[in-house]
Design a protein around this ligand. Sequence first.
Ligand code: SF4
Length: 145
Amino acid sequence: MPREPKYTYSETFFSIQGEGRYCGVPTVWLRLFGCNFRCSGFLQDNLDDPSTWVLDFEDLDPSQYTSLQDLPVFRRGCDSSYSWAKKFRPMAPRRTALEIAHELRSLLPGLILQTSQIRPSQPSSLYWRRTFASAERDRRYHGEA
Ligand code: SF4
């Protein structure tokens, strides 16, 4: 039997959707590890000269921390550098989609699944939707609220 693929992610959290069709709806978020953007300009003194930019995460020693949640807030550059900088990857959880779906369900029973920048018909989106449906069936089977 093939092993279930595992996904590395930096966090799951609960918040209120602030944009788009589901604006105002209580939502849980899954931040997969490996954002491929590099938004390093936040709060830099001279936006026009990247050679002057200071990135707070670069000087941080990950061995001083036991989990991503313990890291300080990065003020300059991407404040979510912990979700893509390779030095933080060993600290990130790695779980199957079903395990992640259960974790998200525990944050907000009755959640709405929204996948970022993926059209609903794309295979990866369908995969996550099916996984959530499976988590929902498990939850009902075990009589959870
Ligand atoms: S995680 Fe950071 S680099 Fe990625 S899109 Fe957000 S701000 Fe930009």
